[in-house]
Ligand binder design. Structure first.
Ligand SMILES: Cc1cc2nc3c(=O)[nH]c(=O)nc-3n(C[C@H](O)[C@H](O)[C@H](O)COP(=O)(O)O)c2cc1C
Length: 207
C-alpha cells in the first residue's frame, strides 16, 4: 500500500495544521462568550474543544495565536483580563451566524452586534449567554497553558463549569438532551461542517 508520510519538523505548520484538522474530525464547536472589562462582550467559535474532567466538571478549548497576523485572539485576551466565560452550543439554526462570529473584528467590537445573536445576562459570571443557543455553560477559569508566541501556537483554556442552562425544548421525556432536537453541527477539515443527525448506538461492553 502506497502511503505518504509527513515529517512534521520538515512540514510548513500551516500544511500540518490543515492535515490535522482533516484527521481529527468531526470536531464539536464551542461558541465562546467573553468580556473585556472596559470594552464589553465578545463572541467567537472554537472547534479545538473538549471535556477534560467529569468530576470536577472541566472543559477546554484552544484559541491559537492568529495565523494571519501573529496576535493573540480577543477571546484569549479577554479571559486573561476577566477569568470567566460562557460556552454555548452550536446548532444548525445558528450555524451561519456562528461562522460570521469568526470574523476578526477589531478588539472591542462585539460579534453579538455583528451577527445579530443576542446577549442575555448570565447568573454567576459577567460574560453573557447566547439567547439563540439552547445550551449555555457558565464557566470560571481554571488555567491557561500557552504553547508559544508563534502564529498557530495554541493556548489551552480550561474552565470549570459552574452552571449549565438547557432549553427544555431539547429535552426528551426522561429529561435527557435529545440530539434529534438539539441538532448540533461540527467542524470538519477546510471549510466543511457536518450535522449530527446520522447516528447509531452501541451498548458499552462494561455496562
Ligand atoms: C467553526 C469554527 C471553528 C474555529 N475553531 C477555532 C479554534 O479552535 N481555534 C482558533 O484559534 N480559531 C478557531 N476559529 C477561528 C476563530 O473563530 C477566529 O479566529 C475568531 O476571529 C477569533 O475571535 P476573537 O479574536 O474574537 O477571539 C474557528 C472558526 C470557525 C468558523
Amino acid at each position: 500500500m502506497a502511503q505518504k508520510t509527513l515529517k512534521i519538523s520538515e512540514t510548513p505548520w500551516q500544511e500540518a495544521y490543515a492535515r490535522l484538522t482533516e484527521i481529527i474530525q468531526p470536531r464539536p464547536i464551542a461558541l465562546a462568550s467573553t468580556l473585556d472589562p472596559e470594552l464589553g462582550p465578545n463572541l467567537a467559535p472554537f472547534s479545538f474543544f473538549t471535556i477534560v474532567s467529569s468530576n470536577p466538571l472541566y472543559l477546554a478549548f484552544c484559541p491559537q495565536i492568529s495565523g494571519r497576523n501573529g496576535t493573540p485572539k480577543d477571546t484569549l485576551l479577554n479571559i486573561q483580563r476577566h477569568p470567566e466565560f460562557v460556552i454555548a452550543s452550536v446548532t444548525e439554526s445558528i450555524a451561519e451566524q456562528v461562522n460570521a462570529a469568526s470574523t476578526p473584528l477589531p478588539h472591542g467590537e462585539s460579534e453579538f452586534d455583528f451577527t445579530g445573536l443576542t446577549p442575555v445576562p448570565a447568573q454567576k459570571v459577567k460574560a453573557f449567554c447566547v439567547k439563540e443557543s439552547p445550551i449555555n455553560m457558565e464557566c470560571t477559569l481554571v488555567e491557561i497553558r500557552s504553547y508559544g508566541n508563534d502564529p498557530g501556537a495554541g493556548n489551552l483554556i480550561i474552565g470549570k463549569i459552574e452552571l449549565i442552562h438547557i432549553d427544555e425544548a431539547v429535552l426528551d421525556a426522561n429529561g435527557k438532551i435529545d440530539p434529534a432536537l438539539l441538532q448540533t453541527v461540527a467542524r470538519m477539515g477546510g471549510a466543511d461542517w457536518c450535522r449530527s443527525q446520522d447516528r447509531f448506538s452501541y451498548v458499552r461492553p462494561d455496562r
